[in-house]
Design a binder for this molecule. Structure first.
Ligand code: VGL
Ligand code: ZN
Length: 205
């Protein structure tokens, strides 16, 4: 059994959002064609889903700016502009994304004391979101991953899937990167490849 994981295709990661990803809206078409393709036995979406007081927001650290690194409950944390606040427009799925096709949606980043890039675990691997258990219960052995952003949530989702023993394909044409530093996209793809992630194109029209 295989599954499609559509990572964080949300308004705040579009070019007009609070944490803009260049060309991020390009992944909507790719996600829809994968969702419609009938090639996946299971389709799952993830949502970055932060409370307003989340510790990854620069605005919650007086005197700090996005891009700075702080210690958050023992972990190194890059500060971001406030984004994907629960139940706001920015946290909603991107317009046009056929999110009604998701069989399940997993939300992450809900604990203000720890960030969660991966759809499976928080950044300290302290708690599971339930995604790994959900896939295992359904006999999923292979996942294909696409979405936003290549160098953060997509990367950590793909790496955790590998750690859980799943076969993983990165559908690169369905991903875009934040690129805090130039080349982060290239390095993220290399890191995934080194972990045994197959780099594929879906071949969307
Ligand atoms: C993400 C930074 C902060 C992502 C989420 O979805 O890649 N990046 N929160
Ligand atoms: Zn976030």
């Amino acid at each position: 059994m295989n599954a499609l994981l559509v990572v964080d295709v949300q308004n705040d990661f579009l070019p007009t959002g609070a944490l803009p990803v260049a060309d991020g809206d390009a992944v909507i078409r790719a996600a829809n064609s994968a969702l419609r393709s009938g090639r996946f036995g299971l389709t799952v979406g993830t949502q970055d889903w932060h409370p307003a007081n989340h510790g990854s927001f620069a605005s919650n650290h007086p005197g700090s700016k996005p891009g700075q690194v702080v210690n958050l409950d023992g972990l190194q944390q890059i500060l971001w502009p406030a984004h994907c606040v629960q139940n706001t427009f920015g946290a909603a799925f991107a317009p046009g994304l056929e999110s009604g096709r998701f069989q399940r949606v997993f939300q992450k980043g809900t604990d203000p004391r720890i960030d969660s890039y991966s759809g499976f675990f928080d950044n300290g691997h302290r708690k599971s979101t339930g995604l790994g258990e959900y896939l295992k219960e359904r006999g999923v052995t292979e996942v294909a991953v696409l979405g936003l952003a290549t160098d953060y949530c997509v990367k950590f989702t793909a790496l955790d899937a590998r750690q859980l023993g799943l076969g993983v394909a990165l559908l690169v044409d369905g991903c875009r990167a934040v690129n805090v530093r130039a080349g982060d996209d290239r390095r993220a793809i290399q890191e995934m490849q080194d972990a045994g992630v197959r780099i594929e194109t879906f071949g969307a029209p």
